[in-house]
Design a binder for this molecule. Structure first.
Ligand code: 5GP
Ligand code: ZN
Length: 113
């Protein structure tokens, strides 16, 4: 049994506000939102960091971006815009070591880069 918190969210062991789910991807609300809209999109497959992605995962990553688009449509931020963020390891500020894409929007976000 996995000790990973996001694996547990993906398999339903830990409750969260699931927004989207299919065989490959799950999206849910971040427990401590830093913007009006702050969702997390994760692969069901346990991949620790973005640096651990392999060529064989390219389709999965493309699918994640399509799920982000779908959520942007559903939550009416497709026109106003949004930000997708992936933190990687310590200097990147990654806290949960199961790959996740932050989907942020619903307000003007501060300049970052
Ligand atoms: P990181 O810093 O690793 O890029 O982001 C981890 C994110 O996961 C944080 O924004 C944090 O609020 C969120 N998070 C951590 N634990 C949980 C949880 O149990 N449920 C949900 N929904 N989000 C979580
Ligand atoms: Zn995991």
């Amino acid at each position: 049994m996995s000790e990973c918190i996001f694996c547990k969210i993906a398999n339903g062991e830990i409750k969260s506000e699931i927004l989207y789910k299919d065989e490959q991807v799950v999206a849910f609300k971040d427990i401590s939102p830093r913007a009006a809209i702050h969702f997390l999109i994760i692969p069901v497959k346990h991949i620790p960091t973005v640096y651990d992605l392999e060529e064989e995962d390219n389709e999965l990553v493309g699918h994640i971006f399509q799920v982000a688009k779908k959520l942007a449509d559903e939550y009416n931020i497709a026109e106003s815009g949004y930000r997708l963020v992936v933190n990687c390891k310590e200097d990147g500020g990654q806290e949960v070591f199961h790959l996740h894409f932050h989907l942020l929007g619903g307000e003007k976000l501060g300049a970052f880069c």
